[in-house]
Design a protein around this ligand. Structure first.
Ligand SMILES: [Zn+2]
Length: 261
């Protein structure tokens, strides 16, 4: 399931391939992917225009259309982007932008948990969804994170999953962050020290940056990452204790009971 790092890779993919080309038309092979916009309205908003810039906030991707609204892409569980020239239309294409010179950008989604829409202003969207800060944005400062976290109640894993304090973390990288900071997923926010909160802030950024870099260069994640040991019978790469599995915050959680406290 795409989390922030995967959506950041998609953002770079759009930047690399799909900007500054005139859109000849928009095809919608499956309109169930559309949210709050009809296929003709989407075509009208994009036809004859160019994509000019991108913005990501958490797992949400916005692509600015010249003299128009922003194209909004949400990848759900199985969303994917495919830029191609001529040839075969990707199998699970839900929306296809046809550019001049027979180039195409397809938004694919086999399971339809994603969404394609138009938004007036990303800021307005972010405020309406009450999304927390994007952890790779320069506004994500230690004090901002600490205050936002201290304003919430409950267990750390559930709060980090909620998107209200930090936007973009999902099950996998919340587990990774807690593992790397030696904090138990069920620890109440009220029991975190300021030093632990500072460590969480640093670690969130570090984990996401490592995942983005490794994804981009097609390398595996480090063996010191919990993410590479998410299976029963695995041992903790830090202390050798068995990795445990439990359902926490409604999600399958892996952690080390020996060093995460
Ligand atoms: Zn351990």
């Amino acid at each position: 399931m795409p989390e922030l790092p995967e959506v950041e890779i998609y953002r770079r993919y759009v930047e690399k391939h799909a900007l500054r080309q005139r859109i000849e038309r928009v095809r919608v092979p499956d309109r169930r992917i559309l949210r709050g916009v009809t296929a003709p309205a989407l075509d009208r908003a994009l036809r004859g225009r160019r994509l000019v810039s991108t913005r990501r906030h958490g797992k949400h991707l916005f692509v600015q259309v010249e003299r128009s609204e922003w194209l909004y892409l949400h990848f759900g569980m199985t969303g994917d982007l495919h830029y191609y020239s001529d040839g075969e239309t990707p199998r699970f294409s839900k929306v296809i932008l046809d550019f001049t010179r027979n180039r195409h950008l397809a938004f694919e989604d086999a399971r339809l948990f994603g969404a394609v829409s138009l938004v007036h202003e990303p800021e307005e969207f972010i405020a309406r969804k009450r999304l927390g800060a994007d952890p790779l944005d320069e506004t994500f400062k230690p004090a901002l994170f600490r205050d936002a976290l201290r304003a919430r109640r409950g267990a750390i894993k559930a709060v980090l999953m909620s998107q209200l304090v930090v936007a973009g973390l999902g099950n996998l990288y919340v587990d990774e962050t807690l593992y790397q900071t030696s904090i138990h997923p069920l620890r109440p926010i009220a029991k975190l020290t300021d030093a632990e909160i500072a460590s969480l802030h640093r670690t969130i950024k570090r984990v996401l940056n490592v995942v983005i870099e490794r994804n981009e260069s097609n390398r595996d994640l480090p063996r010191s990452f919990l993410t590479t040991h998410r299976a029963e019978g695995e041992s903790c790469p830090k202390c050798g204790a068995p990795i445990l599995r439990a359902v926490i915050a409604g999600r399958t959680t892996y952690y080390c009971d020996a060093h995460q406290r």
